[in-house]
Design a binder for this molecule. Structure first.
Ligand SMILES: [Zn+2]
Length: 268
C-alpha cells in the first residue's frame, strides 16, 4: 500500500514537473515569436522601393543631365537630393554582374534576379536604411510621373482634375525648393526647365507632352553611336593611307624596273 502510494506520488510529481517544463518551453516559443514579429514590424518601411526607384530613374534621366550641364549643386533641402532617398545607399550597392546575376555590394552574395536582391536587402541589410520623415522618394511619384516610367512609357487616358492639380502643385513646390529663383541664373534656368520638363504635363486639357526636353538615354545612345563610328573610321583611314602609299611604292618600283629593263635593252 505504502509503496504504491509512493510510486503514484512520484509519478504525479514527474507529470507536474514535465508539465511545467513543457509550458515554459511553449511560453518561450510564444515569446520568441512575438519578438520576431516585433522585429518584423520594426523594419517594415512604409515606402515603396519600386516606386522610389522609378522616381529616381525619372530624375536621373530627365533632370540630372541638365543639372550637370549647368554645374549646379542641388541643396540637401531639396527632396530630389540623393540623401533624401532612403533606398539610395542600398540601390548603389547593387552590382549587376550579368543578365541573370545580381550581387549584393555589402556581403557579396549572388542572386538570380533583382527582386531577390531587393528581398535580401529588406531582410539582411534593413539596418542600413536611412529611415526618417520625408525621405521617401516614392512620395514624389505624382509629380515625377513614376507611372509613366514603370508602365513601359504608356500614358493613361483617364484624367482626374483634382489629382492633376495636386500633382502640379507638388511639382511646382519642388521646382521652388530645388531651384530657387533668387539663386542666380543657372538656378532660374533649371527652375524654368523643371517646370517645362515635369510640371507642364500635369494638365487635363490639351495633349500631355512628357519630358519635352528629352533625356539622358537618347543623347547617350547618339553619342555612343558617333564615337563608335569615329573609332571605326580612324583605323580604316590609316589602312587606306597605308594601302595607297604601298601601292604608290610598288608603282615606282615597277617603273624603276621597267626603266632599268629599258636601259638594259636599249644599248644591245
Ligand atoms: Zn548582402
Amino acid at each position: 500500500m505504502g509503496k504504491a502510494t509512493r510510486i503514484t506520488q512520484i509519478l504525479f510529481l514527474i507529470s507536474l514537473l514535465s508539465k511545467q517544463i513543457l509550458s515554459q518551453d511553449v511560453g518561450e516559443h510564444v515569446a520568441a515569436r512575438t519578438v520576431k514579429q516585433e522585429e518584423g514590424h520594426a523594419h517594415k518601411v512604409h515606402c515603396s522601393r519600386e516606386r522610389s526607384r522609378a522616381a529616381w530613374q525619372a530624375i536621373e534621366e530627365y533632370l540630372m543631365p541638365f543639372v550637370e550641364r549647368e554645374q549646379y549643386q542641388i541643396s540637401s533641402k531639396c527632396r530630389l537630393h540623393p540623401s533624401n532617398d532612403l533606398f539610395r545607399d542600398q540601390e548603389e550597392h547593387k552590382i549587376h554582374v550579368d543578365i541573370n546575376e545580381w550581387k549584393c555590394g555589402y556581403c557579396k552574395k549572388h542572386f538570380r534576379a533583382e527582386k531577390y536582391l531587393d528581398q535580401h536587402f529588406d531582410n539582411r541589410h534593413y539596418n542600413l536604411l536611412n529611415i526618417s520623415d520625408g525621405k521617401c522618394l516614392a512620395d514624389l511619384c505624382g509629380a515625377l510621373h513614376c507611372d509613366f516610367m514603370m508602365d513601359s512609357k504608356s500614358t493613361k487616358t483617364k484624367c482626374n482634375p483634382a489629382a492633376v492639380a495636386k500633382n502640379r502643385h507638388l511639382c511646382e513646390s519642388l521646382a521652388d525648393s530645388c531651384f530657387p529663383l533668387n539663386q542666380g541664373p543657372s538656378a532660374s534656368r533649371l527652375h524654368e526647365l523643371f517646370l517645362h520638363q515635369f510640371c507642364d504635363a500635369h494638365t487635363c486639357s490639351g495633349k500631355r507632352n512628357l519630358f519635352p526636353k528629352g533625356g539622358k538615354k537618347t543623347t547617350s545612345v547618339f553619342y555612343l553611336a558617333i564615337s563608335i563610328l569615329t573609332m571605326m573610321m580612324i583605323p580604316l583611314f590609316y589602312l587606306i593611307v597605308y594601302l595607297h602609299q604601298s601601292e604608290m611604292r610598288k608603282g615606282t618600283q615597277e617603273l624603276r624596273r621597267i626603266s632599268k629593263v629599258g636601259k638594259k635593252t636599249k644599248p644591245s
